[in-house]
Design a protein around this ligand. Structure first.
Ligand SMILES: [Zn+2]
Length: 93
């Protein structure tokens, strides 16, 4: 049975449901080049998408797989969390 969603994370990642209920992400084949800034709504150019097998979500602190998004001309990162099912924005140090 296929169980996945493409409507999350602005379409940057596809969420797959694992056997243990743990979510897993993959890159969306038709990922957008820009996503809206969560504060201003202005489009931010996506620089790179990076999948991580084992990382800690900054929002829910769950250890698991996730995806990082970096942007051009913007120091912030966004983290796609399979548990939160949303993009968590991270201010860069
Ligand atoms: Zn999370």
């Amino acid at each position: 049975m296929t169980d996945f969603r493409t409507d999350l994370f602005h379409g940057l990642f596809v969420l797959h449901r694992g056997d243990q209920g743990q979510g897993r992400l993959s890159r969306h084949a038709a990922a957008p080049r820009v996503v809206p800034d969560p504060h201003t709504g202005h489009p931010l150019k996506v620089a790179a998408l990076e999948l991580s097998e084992l990382t800690v979500c900054p929002a829910c602190a769950q250890l698991g797989a996730g995806g990082y998004v970096s942007f051009e001309s913007d120091m912030r990162l966004a983290f796609a969390c399979p548990q939160c099912r949303k993009l968590v924005w991270i201010a860069s140090a």
